[in-house]
Design a protein around this ligand. Structure first.
Ligand SMILES: C[S@@+](CC[C@H](N)C(=O)[O-])C[C@H]1O[C@@H](n2cnc3c(N)ncnc32)[C@H](O)[C@@H]1O
Length: 462
């Protein structure tokens, strides 16, 4: 029997594929199904058929896996924020570890290496220190509402339906952030509804209020509110700030990013401090870091602290080494390693990240770090000193082949690769496999209820 679009099938899910979907087989055809896990028997409708695989929409569970649980969040199943809430947390960790291990063996062309059990998130919920909510002039309607003919005439402030740019679920409470974040979310929604200033339409590109970004400093309990708007209306933004400041004594910074571009990003062309400080501070180990609205900071602070500790342990510095830290961001790895190194050189493309990195060194009395601002691909040619240890922490896309080639030609004794994407990690490791061997791998779960996993890999020269 050929599998066709529209077929409704009963499927026995065998595996989880990297990307988070369940994988089942029918007539030797691989079929991917969202919201399913190994051990489930589900009913699913085929929506795409390719030569070697098909994709199906989950309809219902016929027989659940013993590790399937009822998600605590009412938006689960619709919201793109976290798609794995239905999987028991210890099982999530097991699947994530398998992703890293299998990708490193199959794509990374690695031989035997030691993989440690994943470090779990310090909390299963309330762990995120940064959330970005979108405004929409039309609240997304649930399938039941649509079938009853309900019309959307309300605004939304919340998270997107996965894979959509214009479907925003109105979220009252997101379990990923600390409770105060939810109170701020509610207060902003109430203010904006009463403000008489329109919300941005994701199709019309008209309207004012675009995004609400909340940041929280775990150690100092400071909140930052970043309101992203299409254009500038100081009066109303000031009024919102004073309403919030009256209600929340832990808000230490309110900034307004002004973004009139059509693209869906919360980054502004201009940032104005509306009240309080331009940046909040958080701590990793004994070090203090300044975090401004648009700077990169790991989103799960106490778990990230464990990650940086592992980077330190894997580096095993004696005080004499020169460390090169690629994609250094605001200098977190550089600063944590600096007291045990003779010199640390950090490179990052973002001017503001490099400015933050320098400021963070001052804040922590670190004087043996220097930073280069530029694309790693070209900036590496400016390094003409011997490198003992290379620490790299690229974005999800991994490293450009030219960067990998250059690293290999520099021949550091050890490479510590921090990655939030095991697929690109494995690809880059395979490109180095003639010269470097993977020795140890430690996954760290910064992102519960998603298929994402951070890994730290120690590679040594063969
Ligand atoms: C995953 S973050 C790592 C940040 C930092 N290591 C930390 O833990 O806070 C990736 C960093 O890569 C930087 N980046 C992205 N593309 C780059 C490129 N082509 N050259 C240099 N830096 C780049 C980004 O600005 C960002 O700071």
């Amino acid at each position: 029997m050929d599998i066709k679009k529209g077929d409704i099938l009963e499927l026995q899910v065998e595996k989880l594929a990297y990307g988070g979907r369940g994988l089942a087989y029918k007539n030797k055809m691989a079929i991917f199904v969202e919201q399913s896990m190994p051990g489930d028997i589900v009913e699913a409708r085929i929506f795409r058929v390719k030569k070697n695989f098909a994709e199906a929409t989950f309809l219902r569970v016929i027989e659940p896996s013993p590790y399937r649980i009822t998600p605590p969040c009412p938006y689960s199943g619709y919201c793109g924020g976290c798609k794995w809430q239905f999987i028991r947390y210890d099982k999530q960790l097991e699947y994530k570890r398998l992703f890293v291990e299998e990708l490193l063996y199959h794509i990374g062309r690695t031989e035997e290496f030691r993989i440690h059990p994943p470090v779990p998130s310090f909390k299963e919920f309330g762990h995120r220190n940064k959330m970005e909510f979108s405004f929409s002039d039309k609240r997304w309607l649930y399938p039941e509402e649509m079938s009853k003919g309900v019309e959307s005439n309300d605004i939304a402030l919340g998270l997107h339906v996965p894979g959509t740019f214009n479907k925003v679920i109105d979220i009252e409470r997101c379990l990923l952030q600390p409770e105060t974040g939810n109170d701020i979310l509610q207060a902003v929604r109430e203010f904006i509804k009463g403000s008489k200033v329109p919300v941005y339409g994701l199709k019309s590109h008209e309207g004012f209020w675009r995004y609400l970004m909340l940041r929280h400093s775990y150690y100092f309990d400071e909140w930052m509110v970043n309101i992203v708007t299409n254009g500038q209306k100081d009066f109303i933004v000031q009024e919102m700030a004073s309403t919030l400041n009256k209600k929340f004594e832990r808000i230490f910074s309110i900034v307004n990013n002004i973004n009139s571009r059509k693209g869906g990003t919360a980054f502004g062309e201009m940032e104005k401090v509306i009240s309080g400080k331009r940046a909040i501070q958080d701590k990793i180990g004994p070090f203090i870091f300044e975090i401004s609205a648009n700077s990169f900071f790991q989103t799960n602070t106490p778990t990230a602290e464990k990650l940086y500790q592992v980077v330190k342990d894997f580096s095993h510095l004696s005080g004499k080494e020169v460390v090169l830290n690629l994609y250094c961001g605001t200098g977190t790895d550089s600063i944590i390693l600096a007291p045990d190194a003779s010199r640390v050189i950090g490179i990052d493309i973002s001017e503001s990240a490099i400015a933050n990195a320098k400021r963070n060194c001052e804040l922590n009395n670190i004087d043996n770090c220097e930073f280069l601002c530029g694309d790693v691909k070209t900036a590496l040619s400016q390094i003409n000193t011997r490198i003992d240890i290379l620490v790299t922490d690229p974005p999800r896309a991994g490293m450009h082949k030219k960067v990998v080639d250059k690293i290999v030609s520099m021949l550091p004794e050890k490479i510590i690769y921090i990655s939030c994407n095991p697929a690109t990690l494995a690809r880059d490791v395979s490109l180095m496999s003639d010269t470097y061997r993977v020795k140890e791998v430690l996954p760290v779960d910064l992102f519960p209820h998603t298929y994402h996993i951070e890994s730290i890999v120690k590679l040594e020269k063969i």
